[in-house]
Design a protein around this ligand. Structure first.
Ligand code: LLP
Length: 420
């Protein structure tokens, strides 16, 4: 479902004209659709039918509390990877017993906070982390329910920077060590081994890597049960890709769910899934204004008021994002390089892209930025973080205002020897 559609040549989000929001909020800003979030969540959930399933939204994809709460109100739990994310999930009303804590290296301070909060499970990624958690939990007289994140050595066939399930990646317990570490965990105080976990990567657009990894982990669970461990949970991570309007046609939730059920339901485990991008990616656009149209010697540049600090995905992963005008034109598209004003050649959203003809002051939307957009932004070039806006039907709200210059510059403190 597309909640961003043209009506009489003007882009709408649900029942609001995007340009009218832009007039009130000022560009650039992120704009999210509640209906799109709800549609994605519901579609995902329904695909699994009556499977014993906990959907833990991977909040790293978009940590705005209004986004977390929209999904939480529909029943989602949360997958967090830091104390900050845990605090945000709690602040957005997610119950601790629906929160799983992933992450490569949890610190003592983070463990203490999570144990005191009473989260559902820790996904442990290494032997040192296991020993540390045991010590911290025992010191509090608590028991941490844990899964081990295992590394299935499967190629997710996605961008190298977001592929996590190969043996050379830093993630998870090496496959050959899993039985041994489970045996160690069984004897440690403060620890209860309840399951296994994996996450092989992100923006995965084929079922096959998932199926390979899930098949491997199912076999491992059977082995661990034979070893005497009570394995009652299986966390399959996130990773289901979305369409970025390019040539990628990711599996439908129904296809993904059918495969999951086929491969793992005989285990009778509670299944946990940590989708991020699938739930929020297509629910957001970045609205920006053309500052200048510049004729280069070889190229025509649309220089817009959003930059790489606001959306890093194109420069970091060569990611493709659709770029469309808020007002459709009767004229043919033209070839542009769409760039931001930051002094780096990497500050480029699209190269040689056919876009509707534009002039200075025109508004455009960069599509599919609901996931890993705002959360990865920075204040590089002392550009304040841009606003985030959420729409529900014919209402909108600024759900993160743009900080003022005084606020961001005021974060620096001069040392005594410079402040005289
Ligand atoms: N679970 C774990 C343990 C993860 O590390 C991640 C994402 C997810 C779940 C959610 O994956 P998703 O369903 O969103 O694919 N910044 C990159 C994506 C990094 C993903 C990191 N881990 C991007 O912009 O493409």
């Amino acid at each position: 479902m597309n909640y961003f559609e043209y009506r009489s040549g003007e882009m709408f989000i649900e029942n609001l004209k995007v340009s009218e929001i832009a007039d009130k909020v000022g560009t650039p800003f992120y704009l999210y659709s509640s209906a799109s979030l709800a549609y994605q969540y519901t579609q995902f959930k329904e695909a699994f039918g009556d499977l014993d399933l906990l959907i833990c939204y991977a909040v790293k994809a978009n940590t705005n509390q209004s986004v977390i709460k929209t999904l939480g109100d529909l029943g989602a739990g949360a997958d967090v990877v830091s104390q900050g994310e845990l605090r945000r999930a709690l602040a957005a009303g997610i119950a601790p017993e629906k929160i799983v804590y992933s992450g490569v290296a949890k610190t003592v301070v983070e463990m203490l906070f999570a144990l005191e909060t009473g989260i559902y499970q820790f996904n442990v990624e290494s032997e040192p982390e296991l020993f540390q958690l045991s010590e911290v939990a025992a010191s509090l007289n608590k028991t941490a329910d844990i899964t081990f994140r295992v590394n299935p050595d499967v190629d997710a066939k996605t961008h190298a920077k977001i592929s996590t399930g190969k043996s050379e990646n830093k993630f998870g317990i090496p496959w050959k060590n899993v039985r041994e570490i489970c045996a160690i965990a069984a004897k440690l105080p403060g620890i209860k081994l309840v399951g296994l976990d994996l996450h092989i990567g992100s923006q995965i657009t084929e079922l096959n890597p998932f199926e390979q990894a899930f098949t491997r982990i199912s076999g491992l669970i059977e082995t661990l049960r034979e070893d005497g461990h009570e394995i009652s949970r299986l966390d399959l991570g996130g990773g289901l890709g979305i369409s970025y309007e390019g040539d990628d046609f990711p599996p439908l939730p129904r296809e993904y769910a059918e495969m999951v059920k086929r491969v793992v339901s005989h285990l009778k485990c509670q299944i946990i899934i940590e989708p991020g991008r699938f739930l929020v990616g297509n629910a957001g656009i970045l609205v920006s204004k053309v500052i200048y149209v510049k004729e280069g010697e070889k190229r025509k540049f649309l220089i817009i008021d959003a930059a790489m600090n606001d959306l890093i995905r194109p420069s970091m992963y060569d990611a493709y994002h659709g770029i469309d005008p808020l007002k459709q034109s009767d004229h043919d598209d033209r070839l542009y390089d769409v760039v931001g004003p930051v002094c780096e050649t990497g500050d480029t959203f699209a190269t040689n892209r056919l876009v509707s003809p534009m002039n200075s002051g025109d508004l455009l939307a960069i599509r599919s930025v609901g996931a890993y957009g705002a959360v990865m932004s920075s204040t590089y070039n002392t550009r304040p973080l841009i606003a985030e806006v959420l729409v529900k039907d014919d209402e909108f709200a600024v759900v993160r205002p743009r900080p003022t210059y005084d606020e961001i510059i005021g974060l620096d403190k001069l040392p005594s020897w410079l402040s005289k």
